[in-house]
Write a protein that binds this ligand. Sequence first.
Ligand code: SF4
Length: 474
Amino acid sequence: MFPPSIKHHCGLFGVYGHPDAVQFTYLGLYAQQHRGQESAGICSCDRGLITRQAGMGLVTDVFDPPILAKLRNPIAIGHVRYSTTGSCLQTNVQPLLVNYALGQVAVAHNGNLINAALLRDQYEQHGAIFNTTSDTEVIVHLLAKPSHLDRADHLVHILTHLQGAYSLLFLLPGRIVAARDPYGFRPLVLGRMGNGAIVVASETCALDIVDAEFWREVEPGEVVFITEKGVSSKWIAPRGSVGPAYCIFEQIYFADPSSDVFGENVHQVRVTMGGRLAKESPVDIDMVTPIPNCARCAAMGYSRASGQAYGRAFTVSHYAGRSFIMPEQDMRDLAVKMKLNVIKRNVRDKRLVVVEDSVVRGTTTRGKIGALKKVGAKEIHLRVASPPIRYPCYFGIDFPDPSQLIANNRTVDEIRDYLGVDSIRYLSLEGMLSCVKHPPDHYCTACFSGKYPMEVDHPVSKLAFEPDQLKMFE
Ligand code: SF4
């Protein structure tokens, strides 16, 4: 379940060297549906020709498995998308597939390019025509630029022009190229299948579904070439010259708990964060309960560390539709009601710690707290397993405008009053960073700390490339 207040970004998957590459890509995208629900696409290659199946909606809506089963193409890449730059439009569905001077190329992107508007302006001033409103299209223009084509490593070279967050998959006739920006904001991993096929995925949960073994992460700044000759690497920037700046929000909220992200299991990290939260902010209560579903791991950790009982306050309907794409707040509130039922017997007259993974706008959390109060909860103490979100993200996460962030310019007491709880405590920044395995300066924490890992000169908003007519309807 995805709260409406944070939009996910994108998921990537690719297979090289298996006759069922297209079907496996379908499964790999399905396993990563939590990373994007607006659109899905697969490009596959057989005997030098790349074809594309793509559309708006969930993986199961877009693709027809019997049709995919007929595509015995041995190389494929796929993408699930939630738009962070570029609106929810058919033209923005990825992978993008274009023809340029060197032939066909398909591109799938997870992340956000902070200099995309600048690059697009430059190209448009020289007469370039863009077909999409997505930041990703600048990459194909960079590829096609005649002065770039002359370079031996032109694909690696063009990546040096990009600023911001990008994990990328390129499909060219007979090869896949996987690249991760030098900061490594977004995850990207390699796996191997039994027959020797190579798999690339945003998350390891997608390797599991196709029975691929985790091999290794694509390193920050690495460009991996997968061809019939094998796997080789080149580097966008000298290794270790910048970053890393792993997005810590992947651990808190985005990634699937079964995945290993940045070298450690997401479920375990969230349990540890919940335990740390219990130590930092104890309170005497009857039951620890999560806001479903994302906070379950953290609530488990809180319960274990505090020695207080874990119980369920809500049941979740799996059939209630997708509130996160409903445009109006009151519609989203209604969708939340349709999804969650309160287990009255577990809540009435009880003193509760309610654990939430993060609070963005606060509107949906407030609705859920209201539902608990309505059935007679005696006390509600909200414990948030991450620090207050006060700053925007420019690297691929669609947080609302800072003025809509509940923690922006509000004191903790004001937030407590707005949410209607008896107390609220957040996990400290230091506490959060003590729960992950890499040194603190290897993570991006900008939305919490305001410390951006790179200068953001030309931030790109979701509507940066939209015609005015579209802006009117946002
Ligand atoms: S600003 Fe926050 S959400 Fe964005 S990359 Fe950094 S940690 Fe992740």
